[in-house]
Every structure is written in C-alpha cells, then in structure tokens.
Write a protein that binds this ligand. Sequence first.
Ligand SMILES: [Zn+2]
Length: 186
Amino acid sequence: METLKKTLRTIENQYGEEIPAAVLFQENGQLYLWEINCLSALHYGLGNCHCVNHPVSIYYPVSTNDVIQRFGSDALDGFEAPSDAQRIFDAFGIEAEELETALRVAYQIGANPLPALRKKTNAPVVFSENPDYLSFPEEEPGTTIFVVNGRGEISVVTVEGRQEEINISTEPDDDPVGTPSLAIPG
Ligand SMILES: [Zn+2]
C-alpha cells in the first residue's frame, strides 16, 4: 500500500539548514506523526545532545483531531479519507489491532467490554455478528456506528442517507405501457 507523507513543520539547525521537525505519514489510511523529540540533538545539527537516555525522534499513531488541533485542517490536504482503523483510533484512542485483541480477551473471560467502549466515544457502539444486516433508522445519515462481534472484531458502519427514498424514486419506470393503471384510457 502507498504511504503518503507531508512535512508539517521545519526548524533551522545550527548550520542554517531547514530540516523537518514534524512529518505526517499516512499508511493504509492511518495517520502517524514523526517528530524530532530532542531539540538539542547532535544528530540533526541542533546542539550537543547525544540522545543517550531519550529518543532522538518519535513516531506514533495520531488522531485526526490532534493533527487538526496542532497543525490546522490544511495539514490533511492531499491525504486519503480515513480508514476504518483511523476512525477506530479517532474514537477510542487505541490502535484497532490492539483494541480488537483486548475485546477478544474480554469475551474469552466472559466480560462485556462494550460499556467501557461507550464511555470513550459519543458514537453508538453495538454488538452484532452480522453488521451487514443492521439498520439504524433512528440515526442521522452520516453517523458513525461501531459494531463489535463475538470474536472481538470491530466494523465501522456509516449510516446511509435517505437510502429508502432513493430506491422509491427510481422505482417507477418510464414505460407507461407497462403500467396497467396508466394504460387504461381516461
Ligand atoms: Zn537529546
């Protein structure tokens, strides 16, 4: 899969070079931020620190909201729409794979993890073995719903807007001859 990246912030080092200080990456639709961790790092020509007891740079998953808060919404220009994994991270602050492991363990020991999940997000969190067959007539179109199954897997469902109305409006055909009521002479 393609990795997109964009430098969001640069700093000038002691040699007068503009070097990246924060770079946003997107791998498989999930955002990660790389940042210089030590602003005195010898490694980057910033100072004399050998960075023995701390990392010279850090790389970590980041929420969409954190990126916007810190760098502005322009920071996301040029990136793809968030993957389900990113939407899970945005909602719960936990990477999807880690969260699914925790959910699986919870079900194995007979604990219900959903109340804890619901405390972390305003989005509905429901249990179902068949997310494809769920409908949410009471939810606003565009609402994100997290569906957890008994194996601890999470699906992200977006409530479709006006699906039924679209179906009805396209149903009457344009062939009056085939419609008995219209074929009867008035
Ligand atoms: Zn250092």
